[in-house]
Design a protein around this ligand. Structure first.
Ligand code: ADP
Ligand code: MG
Length: 275
């Protein structure tokens, strides 16, 4: 059994990639569940109107659920929207509902529209009864105001990359956006973590993509890769992560290994004295 230390600071990571279907949501919920399994307190913020992260964490998110929409648009306290996951008592989620689909437009006319999530999250972290070790924000695929709010709130960008032919396409755009956010909204933001998802060890293509990504980002890419696995894709239909749905499956093992790496690496800001 692996033991890891949680140093007591809160690492806020936004799980982002402008492509859809690369494993953002799957990575968010499974890394969150794996960190909770290691003894860390984790908050998932579901910032995608589709609400898939909420579903996978077993969190009710019908139209009348108090959600991240109310936090962003109606000044509801995040503490009043947070729910605990039935899966693990260290795992929490601020759910998304279908109302969030309208938030992209409604935010446009709001004061401090890029900073609303950051303000709400800081207030929450400063006042909630117990501290969190990690906050993971599941982003929608577009660079709209929701994603910009996530970038403005986070210290770290966590980039899942699908091991397929077009994997690197659009990445320079994402890195350009991160630079723009650093300059104008959030100087703390860094791309710290890259995870290869849906890896198929039988194909040379997967291996080539992995090699290319490692060449470009030698420090950021995790050693663990997530294999393509049916257990991973069927877990959400049971309202579970693969960590609880089938903890001995290849996908669960890979996500647990990736989580250990993330926790052990520490945040980029506090690298001194740790590996
Ligand atoms: P995104 O949030 O980037 O749009 P998702 O996490 O929703 O991507 O994943 C897209 C699809 O791929 C989903 O149907 C999901 O179940 C499936 N998927 C993700 N990771 C894996 C994996 N390791 N093995 C098999 N299917 C996966
Ligand atoms: Mg998603």
């Amino acid at each position: 059994e692996v033991t890891v230390d949680f140093p007591g600071d809160t690492r806020v990571m936004t799980v982002s990639n402008q492509k859809g279907g690369v494993g953002k949501t799957t990575t968010t919920v499974n890394i969150a569940a794996a960190i909770a399994d290691l003894g860390g307190r984790v908050l998932v913020i579901d910032l995608d109107p589709q609400g898939n992260a909420s579903t996978a964490l077993g969190i009710p998110h019908t139209a009348d659920t108090t959600s991240i929409y109310d936090v962003l648009i109606n000044d509801v306290l995040m503490a009043d929207a947070v729910q605990s996951s039935p899966e693990n008592d260290l795992l929490f989620c601020v759910p998304s509902t279908i109302h969030l689909a309208g938030a992209e437009i409604e935010l446009v006319s709001q004061v401090a529209r890029e900073k609303r999530l950051d303000t709400a999250l800081r207030e929450f972290l400063d006042t909630y009864e117990q501290p969190f070790d990690f906050v993971l924000i599941d982003c929608p695929p577009s660079l709209g105001l929701l994603t910009i709010n996530a970038f403005a709130s986070a210290d770290e960008v966590f980039l899942p990359i699908q091991a397929e032919y077009y994997a690197l396409e659009g990445l320079s755009q994402l890195l350009g956006n991160v630079q723009m956010i650093q300059k104008h909204l959030n100087p703390r933001l860094r791309v710290t973590t890259i995870l290869l998802t849906m890896f198929d060890g039988r194909t040379r293509l997967s291996q080539q993509v992995a090699d290319e990504v490692r060449e470009h980002f030698p420090k950021e890419v995790l050693a663990s890769v997530i294999p393509r696995s049916v257990r991973v894709s069927e877990a959400p239909s049971f309202g579970q992560t693969v960590i609880s749905y089938d903890s001995s499956s290849a996908g669960a093992i890979a996500y647990r290994e990736a989580a250990v790496e993330i926790v052990k690496r520490g945040s980029s800001r506090k690298k001194k004295g740790r590996n």
